[in-house]
Design a protein around this ligand. Structure first.
Ligand SMILES: [Zn+2]
Length: 269
């Protein structure tokens, strides 16, 4: 009798343990991203919130609940990165906030992407000389896991937010493509089929640009497919209406690829 009770007790413990394990797995499967991204992340520090509210036109257009998501994601990005000042005293809170803002704007359609491969962000005050290329640069992203930006050029991108030029978004666009290609937990988040359609459109357009038949994008976009993508991203966010009127298919493909549409910001939810 006594042994029977123990066996029954152990059996019940075993059943309950497995039931809880299954429930936990289901909750993680459905809500894991949501919990990690929105619930466990601290609210944005007011020191970072001010510059976001003041200068980020994209953020201003979001509805109140989208703004909360954006803010939390900015804080998470800042927590994960090391910001390093070069040829200047220090990295200010405003710099951190706006650089994180550019990254979150680009990845707004991918709540769990934080450019994991890129741990360090180097900031120069202005154009900087590269010993490797022996030229002056405004910014660059390299496979070693570095994002390099020049602050004056970064700010210029936001002073006029409708001219299709934005260094922050441009460099983050390079980082996005590399992040998608590096084999880590964020690998392959961009849809392969859409990426193929995009690449096809990209090479057709570069050909037209080389023949002088198209000038919607600045000439630099025709350098190669990577620069074409980065310049497209700048135009996607800064001139969405003109871009979608000029080439609806290319605009829609980029919108699907980035999982968001700047022409519909704030109108959802
Ligand atoms: Zn570039």
């Amino acid at each position: 009798m006594f042994i029977g009770a123990i066996i029954l007790f152990l059996f019940l413990v075993f059943v309950l343990y497995n039931v809880f394990a299954i429930i936990r797995a289901i909750v993680r499967w459905y809500l894991g991203d949501y919990i990690n991204t929105y619930l466990l992340v601290a609210r944005l520090d007011p020191l970072y919130k001010k510059p976001i509210q003041r200068y980020l036109n994209y953020y201003k257009q979001l509805n109140p609940s989208e703004k909360v998501v954006f803010e939390k994601r900015v804080q998470k990005f800042i927590n994960q990165k090391q910001f390093i000042a070069r040829d200047m005293d220090k990295v200010t809170d405003e710099m951190k906030a706006l650089i994180a803002g550019a990254a979150i704007q680009l990845t707004y359609g991918y709540p769990s992407v934080y450019f994991t491969h890129f741990k360090r962000i180097l900031i120069y005050p202005d154009d900087y000389y590269s010993n490797i290329s022996q030229r002056y640069h405004k910014g660059e992203v390299n496979m070693g896991g570095l994002i390099v930006l020049s602050w004056k050029n970064f700010v210029d991108g936001y002073i006029d937010y409708k001219d299709g030029r934005n260094l922050g978004l441009h460099e983050m666009a390079h980082a996005l493509r590399l992040e998608n290609a590096v084999k880590n937990e964020e690998y392959g988040f961009l849809d392969d089929d859409i990426l193929r359609i995009w690449t096809d459109l990209c090479y057709r357009e570069i050909e037209k640009m080389e023949l002088g038949e198209s000038d919607f994008f600045r000439a630099y976009a025709a350098t190669n497919s990577q620069e074409f993508f980065a310049v497209s991203v700048e135009n996607f966010f800064e001139r969405p209406e003109e871009f979608s009127n000029w080439h609806p298919k290319m605009y829609n493909t980029l919108s699907k690829l980035l999982n968001q549409d700047p022409l519909k910001i704030g109108r959802l939810g």
